[in-house]
Design a protein around this ligand. Sequence first.
Ligand code: CIR
Length: 255
Amino acid sequence: MLMNFTHAIARRPGEDMAAGITTSTLGTPDYHRALDQFDAYVAALNDCGITVTVLDPLTGHPDAHFVEDAAVVTPDIAVITNPGAAPRRGEVLSIAEALQPFRKTVRVQPPGTIDGGDVLMVGRHFFIGLSDRTNEKGARQLGDAVAEFGYTWTPVPVAAGLHFKSSVNAVGHDTLLTTPTFADHPALEGFHRIVISPGEDYAGNTLLVNGHLIMPAGFPHTRKKLQALAKPIIELDVSEFRKMDGGLTCLSLRF
Ligand code: CIR
């Protein structure tokens, strides 16, 4: 079973968003366009039946609107991360405070590092990407924390993309959308796989929310494949966040 979400936490981007970390060569984000895209994103979550708490920009933390990296929220517990990129570590306190009314929280401790973008929960199972941001010690701390509540987990080396969820996401209770890089990965065995069409890797960051698929705009071939799932599809333009290596999943914490 997949979680039905009632709440989400998101954070409005700050004017300094272009100072965040990026490997993209797509150019500098336009702040006002980003705000419009953010508002459309929150509206889409609302349309999926979610109440969204929108936090203010966090001064001095230009990546802080990518809230997903600062925590992993399960029905039982919220695990506050220790982000792999040192400049992002100051984001976690504010997210821990925002989650306090909703969940008991525990924290990943150094030298463990982990970004929420590497963590995909599918039913009672977690895939945890081992990436430049998430190390084995961080993955194990998260795995141990959720194992207490009966979840299983597997580590997956991330050889492409910033995070595991840059490439693989759940689009059904037993179905994953994956870039070709991960399509035959042994960790994904046992799940149906929809493989993204050539040249459309960014569509891997598609978000399943309460039976709706929210996907980035502009990936017609992958959209066509997803239509076979007979779920409503909402396309959103997230071009300004893509310029900072972000996308749809990282702009909110859903629970
Ligand atoms: C970073 O490099 O940390 C941010 N500029 C982008 C983080 C995107 N997070 C995500 O996809 N989970």
